[in-house]
Ligand binder design. Structure first.
Ligand code: ZN
Length: 203
């Protein structure tokens, strides 16, 4: 199982980090050891002083596919969830400056928080899903999948030109504006529409 992640998929977030708005999806991956499930606590790692939350809608692939055309991409998933792409922003900035890959800043253990999956059919508006992240009861990030620069179908078409999708692969579809650092004892709660998808502590 692989975890495919999309960067800079919401205009306002690209701007807040002073990144250009991309004309093709920005793709990176995390290893399966990054997954943090079942509301387990997230332990701040010792190699960073600036771990940022990035709340993201997550899609699970349910068919094998390569060179998937955008118009058929909807056949390759039927469930969504909400997760966090934890990012060691200080390390990432150093990697960027030195022209190095981001893996250590993005793929560390516990960096891919994931809630339970729910069927797209059960959503009120499957093509425009609102989501938000609360930290200690205050909403810090709010997004809607209708505002993605690259839709889920377009992401699947693009990524499958390079990499075969397998059953169970996950796609983290990018974060809206409002990313920021987390600290010990912060409580993070994520909502897809009105459903609470995760609720865990930073330790
Ligand atoms: Zn992200």
């Amino acid at each position: 199982m692989k975890i495919v992640c999309i960067g800079r998929n919401y205009t306002e977030h690209a701007r807040e980090l002073n990144n250009p708005v991309p004309d093709e999806p920005v793709v990176f991956m995390k290893p399966d050891s990054a997954l943090l499930l079942k509301n387990k606590p997230f332990f701040l790692p010792d190699f960073s002083r600036e771990i940022h939350h990035e709340v993201e809608v997550v899609v699970r692939i349910n068919r094998v596919g390569k060179h998937i055309q955008e118009r058929f991409a909807h056949r390759y998933y039927n469930e969504v969830s909400l997760g966090i792409d934890f990012t060691a922003r200080d390390l990432q900035n150093r990697c960027k400056k030195e022209g190095k890959p981001w893996e250590i800043a993005k793929g560390f253990d516990g960096s891919a928080v994931l809630g339970e999956f729910i069927s797209l059919e059960s959503m009120n508006s499957p093509k425009a899903i609102p989501f938000h992240l609360d930290v200690n009861g205050n909403t810090v990030q709010r997004g809607n999948t209708a505002d993605m620069l690259f839709s889920i179908d377009r992401i699947i078409a693009y990524v499958s030109r390079f990499v075969t999708f397998k059953i169970g692969d996950l796609i983290y579809t990018g974060t809206p504006a409002g990313v920021g650092p987390v600290a010990v004892n912060d409580r993070l709660e994520g909502y897809l529409e009105d459903r609470k998808m995760f609720n865990f502590l930073v330790k």
